[in-house]
Design a protein. Structure first.
Length: 196
């Protein structure tokens, strides 16, 4: 209950405080490639409830292709590359936190097809709300670069990266604390700054 209250207050405050920045990013995305400025994708959340995660759009409109993104992916726009590198594309998820779909810290939510592949493991992981950031977000900060070096990025993701993320998610589910969440938030901020 304390965590949910904290998430609600902090996300509401952040949305108000960051409103000018959010508006500026939306205007830049619109100026580059038009509407829509937001990208919504179905993810699986707490107790396997599905929801639409929000991000600033970083790819060309109506771009298809594989579910994973590699470094140098031609679908990603020039502005989109900057947003992805700085993680500013994730800011609209503060709305998901305010609505109760997500938490500030928690296992990153996956798309349904990958949850089905590891459904037994997700039965434990999805007993907590997914988050904007977690230890996997820090450990796999360079995920797109790793995938770009693989001959089969989809296989690399499902066979190596996602199982490793689930190891970290299960550890978080079993041991998470408020102080631990604060530490993850600080480490996430440090990782973003360090990789600029």
């Amino acid at each position: 209950m304390f965590k949910r209250a904290s998430d609600t207050l902090m996300s509401a405050f952040a949305l108000v405080a960051l409103a000018p920045l959010l508006a500026l990013i939306a205007a830049i995305v619109w100026a580059e490639t038009g509407f829509p400025v937001l990208f919504a994708q179905e993810r699986v959340g707490l107790d396997f409830r599905r929801f639409r995660i929000l991000k600033f759009r970083t790819m060309a409109v109506k771009s298809g292709g594989p579910a994973v993104t590699v470094a140098g992916d031609p679908r990603v726009t020039p502005v989109g590359r900057i947003l992805r590198r700085t993680k500013l594309d994730e800011l609209p998820q503060l709305w998901n936190v305010l609505c109760g779909h997500m938490s500030l810290v928690g296992p990153r939510p996956e798309i349904p097809q990958y949850v089905e592949l590891f459904k037994r493991r997700y039965q434990r992981v999805l007993t907590v709300r997914p988050g904007i950031t977690d230890m996997a977000s820090i450990h796999f900060r360079n995920e797109e670069e790793v995938l770009s070096r693989s001959a089969d990025p989809l296989n690399e993701y499902t066979e190596r990266i996602l199982p490793a993320k689930l190891d970290l998610a299960e550890e978080y589910t079993n041991t998470h604390t408020i102080l631990g969440d604060v530490s993850i938030l600080l480490r996430t901020a440090a990782a973003i700054v360090r990789h600029q």
